[in-house]
Design a protein around this ligand. Structure first.
Ligand SMILES: [Zn+2]
Ligand SMILES: [Zn+2]
Length: 107
């Protein structure tokens, strides 16, 4: 069996890491940090920030906090749809989220 050398293994790891860093750099480049919120400056749809087909604040949540349980919404405690600051994001069930915003749009 042919095994790769330690040097080759390192090269592969560096290449992987480079691609991940590039994707993250692309993401962070579109975040404008203010004193309060971190505002998404990339694509938007319906008032939400998007990165590719994902909502930017959901991407941030999975990147910085962890996986979002199935069917869960990410609620903005600051009320700013375009905000992606992890401490302003809370995962909640759809029903809890509806209760959180009686009679108005979700964000
Ligand atoms: Zn915010
Ligand atoms: Zn909400």
């Amino acid at each position: 069996m042919k095994t790769i050398s330690e040097a080759q293994r390192k090269q592969i790891l560096i290449a992987h890491d480079g691609r991940r860093k590039q994707a993250e750099a692309y993401f962070w480049h579109r975040v404008r940090k203010t004193r309060g919120c971190w505002i998404w400056t990339g694509c938007t749809n319906n008032g939400y920030g998007y990165i590719g087909r994902s909502k930017a604040h959901r991407r941030m949540y999975t990147m910085m906090i962890g996986p979002i349980p199935d069917g869960y919404h990410i609620h903005h405690t600051c009320g700013t749809k375009l905000c992606v600051k992890p401490v302003h994001l809370v995962a909640m069930s759809e029903q809890d989220h509806i209760d959180e915003h009686p009679g108005r749009g979700w964000w």
